[in-house]
Design a binder for this molecule. Structure first.
Ligand SMILES: Nc1ncnc2c1ncn2[C@@H]1O[C@H](COP(=O)(O)OP(=O)(O)OP(=O)(O)O)[C@@H](O)[C@H]1O
Length: 209
């Protein structure tokens, strides 16, 4: 379970949100909504342990993040606006290195199978720098399948994806929820139908779900 209690964030001289509280249980998906600049990315980064809140507490599995230390990073995938890929390496090499770094070694055959699921089999050996935006996004998203982690924090994951890839990502998220994983995502567009029982949190409007 991920629980957030009375969280507040200020950036520059602007209070983005305060008193933000919610709890997410295994299998739930939270859709963060709100106008440009409302603080969605800021909140995701705070939840990922990459940025600090002014006030409040976040706990994972009943334990405050401060007590988790670096072990917390092994619980989550954070996919931000930057895809986190090495431009000179191939999607295959990127995926295998990411898996190695996470301590979940991935054979070449398993990595290729994942890239096939991501629709990238023909591009698996090309340098990432020559891929299209959508293909780069697919290469980044392939990590979700290849490296098992319970918490997915996804910032605008559908941007740059074509209809088929959006539908497929919706199915991955649905399956992750079905397997007990938690997903928090931002999206300015409606979510694919496959994602069920979505909780919405509008940062422009309120602070609790
Ligand atoms: N390090 C920072 N220094 C100053 N201001 C910041 C910083 N980080 C974020 N902000 C400001 O905080 C506000 C919230 O930014 P954030 O990226 O969280 O918004 P968002 O809801 O994700 O927006 P969008 O829908 O446009 O992606 C913005 O006004 C942004 O300029």
């Amino acid at each position: 379970m991920l629980s957030v209690s009375k969280l507040s964030a200020q950036r520059a001289d602007r209070l983005l949100f305060s008193g933000l509280s919610f709890a997410l249980h295994a299998g739930q998906c939270l859709h963060l909504r709100g106008a440009n600049g409302a603080g969605k990315t800021t909140l995701l980064k705070i939840l990922a342990g990459l940025s600090t809140a002014q006030d409040g507490e976040i706990s994972w599995q009943g334990r405050p993040l401060a007590k988790w230390g670096d072990d917390y990073y092994g619980m989550l995938h954070y996919l931000g606006h930057k895809d986190g890929l090495k431009d000179l390496l191939s999607p295959l090499a990127n995926l295998r290195i990411a898996a190695d770094l996470s301590g979940q070694a991935l054979s070449e055959a398993a990595a290729l199978k994942t890239l096939a699921q991501a629709g990238l089999i023909r591009q698996s050996d090309l340098a990432v720098r020559v891929l299209s935006q959508g293909q780069k996004k697919r290469a980044a998203l392939a990590r979700l399948l290849a490296i098992s982690r319970p918490l997915w924090l996804l910032d605008e994951p559908f941007v740059a994806l074509d209809q088929a890839a959006q539908k497929q990502l919706g199915e991955w998220i649905s399956r992750h929820n079905h397997d007990g994983g938690i997903v928090i995502l931002t999206s300015h567009q409606a979510l694919p139908d496959a994602i069920q029982n979505v909780i919405e949190l509008n940062l422009s409007a309120g602070c609790s779900v």
